[in-house]
Design a protein around this ligand. Structure first.
Ligand code: FES
Length: 124
């Protein structure tokens, strides 16, 4: 038997805007330690071998930040807090039931466009 794949990857946006930038970003005053909290909770629960947290750059949903994307499944969680992360780990990662009330709304997370379709739209 080989080395098992992770069951989940969790991409936590770690983008911060430079001071004075009007655009909101996921890492700002009061949200700097969410990635550390995520990693610690996964370790405490013995999940770090099968759930891989990844520091990501901007995931293009800055207005709803802090955000994190759980894969597989394209589940985008928004307006994160430590309490929300704890519940996402318990209910989604362990319980395998996404926490619907913390997910981005469909208005901001519509169906993906296939790369082939995107090329056609771009005239390539
Ligand atoms: S800064 Fe986090 S989604 Fe853009």
């Amino acid at each position: 038997m080989g080395i098992p794949q992770p069951a989940f990857y969790i991409f936590k946006c770690e983008q911060s805007s430079p001071p004075g930038m009007p655009k909101p970003s996921c890492v700002r005053e009061g949200t700097q330690d969410l990635f550390q909290h995520l990693g610690m909770k996964l370790m405490e629960k013995g999940l770090i071998a099968t759930v891989t947290p990844v520091r990501s750059a901007c995931l293009n949903r800055c207005q709803q930040g802090p955000v994190m994307l759980v894969e597989p499944g394209h589940h985008m969680y928004v307006e994160l807090t430590k309490e929300k992360i704890d519940r996402i780990i318990d209910e989604h990662i362990i319980g395998e039931k996404p926490v619907d009330e913390y997910l981005i709304s469909d208005e901001f997370w519509d169906e993906a466009i296939s790369p082939m379709e995107a090329m056609k739209m771009a005239g390539r």
